[in-house]
Design a protein around this ligand. Structure first.
Ligand code: GTP
Ligand code: MG
Length: 338
């Protein structure tokens, strides 16, 4: 046994021994290699670790190429929209899911706790938004199915750990892993123009662990670095700080409007909104209500709703007559006439 093995190394080695999955073993071995003192006395051990790492990575790859389990990792969509929580190990993705929804994911102070995607429904006003907790990714490892899951989601929240000084690197790790799979977040970079297969994902950054010392300063720095690129919100999954603002930002990220229908002469149904993407028209709404109605639609009247951006929603005055191509605003109440 070579001398000088540090406590960090021994802790990583313990995690390796306790690992129950190949992904956990790979993560622990990577860490052991990262922290092992580099001198003659450890040459042999380092060689051995590298061989084991290569073997395990190959094993993971083979298992994946046989497919089969992939379907398990796709989460059926529910609610107004689906948002994937992505981030590096221990940033607090599972804690955030637990804080915003009724889901009870496994949370622990060791990395690679989460192995499978887990959904939870986040109530926001009168809609439900589906959040999906995912296993961590690092600069050199990402579960292959995670790209598919992300592509199917409507948006991405990148959760970063503000307890450490590498918040920007955490963002970069996620961003680069996604970019390798043609998924782009934030402000387009010059090189993105060369990627003809690129898909843009609406995204924001969640700076987590704001309750810890130094986190507010790190948040300010990260905001500066990402200004004009990605919005950064500071939260604490532990104390609940910033979570209300985050709920609103997540809803806004989806680019949706909630509109309510009204039968002539009756009160509007304010219980269940129709949910459409921003920019949808009165005609789009008619199509959601009924295909026949869309064909027969003659006119519509519009009122402001309970949470309209302006008190009268997109109506200039209550009951305003509008054309079929009128663009709906969040909170509008519409009466459709055939
Ligand atoms: N102080 C503080 N600790 C937090 C906060 N959020 C999470 N933690 C702690 O950070 C550790 C990791 O939390 P998880 O929610 O398991 O992190 P994760 O990103 O899901 O981790 P992986 O599944 O391994 O990627 C746990 O010990 C949590 O208790 C927070 O807002 N403040
Ligand atoms: Mg987790």
């Amino acid at each position: 046994m070579p001398a000088n093995l540090t406590p960090d190394y021994l802790a990583a080695e313990r995690r390796f021994r306790e690992a129950t999955t190949t992904a956990q073993k790979v993560a622990a071995l990577q860490e052991m290699l990262a922290v092992i003192p580099k001198h003659k006395g450890t040459d042999h051990l380092r060689g051995d670790l590298k061989r084991r790492l290569a073997r395990l990575r190959q094993e993971l790859q083979q298992r994946r190429s046989h497919g089969g389990r992939e379907a398990l990792f796709l989460i059926e969509r529910h609610g107004a929209g689906q948002i994937a929580l992505l981030g590096t190990p221990s940033s607090g993705k599972s804690s955030l899911l637990a804080a915003l929804t009724n889901a009870q994911p496994q949370i622990a102070d060791y990395p690679f706790t989460t192995q499978h995607p887990q959904p939870g429904m986040m109530p926001y006003k009168d809609v439900q938004i589906q959040l999906v907790d995912t296993p961590p990714l690092t600069a050199d490892f990402m579960e292959p199915w995670l790209a598919d899951l992300t592509r199917r989601a409507d948006a991405v929240a990148i959760v970063v750990d503000l307890a450490t000084d590498d918040a920007l690197e955490q963002v970069q790790a996620v961003r680069e892993q996604l970019a390798r799979r043609h998924l782009l977040v934030g402000r387009p970079a010059a090189r993105d123009a060369q990627d003809e297969h690129a898909t843009r994902c609406p995204a924001l950054i969640v700076g987590n662990k704001m309750d810890l010392p130094g986190a507010p300063d790190r948040l300010a720095v990260l905001r500066d670095l990402l200004a004009g690129d990605l919005t950064v919100l500071g939260v604490s999954s532990l104390t609940g700080e910033g979570l209300e603002r985050l709920r609103t930002a997540l809803f806004d990220l989806l680019g949706l409007v909630r509109v309510y229908t009204k039968v002539p002469g009756r009160k509007p149904d304010l219980d269940t909104p129709y949910i459409l993407s921003a920019g949808s028209t009165v005609l789009d709404l008619a199509g959601l209500v009924h295909k026949d109605l869309q064909r027969q639609l003659k006119s519509a009247r519009i009122w402001g709703g309970p949470d309209s951006p302006s008190p009268a929603g997109s109506a200039k005055y209550p009951g305003q007559a509008v054309e079929r191509d009128h663009i709906l605003a969040d909170g509008d109440v519409i009466e459709l006439h055939r």
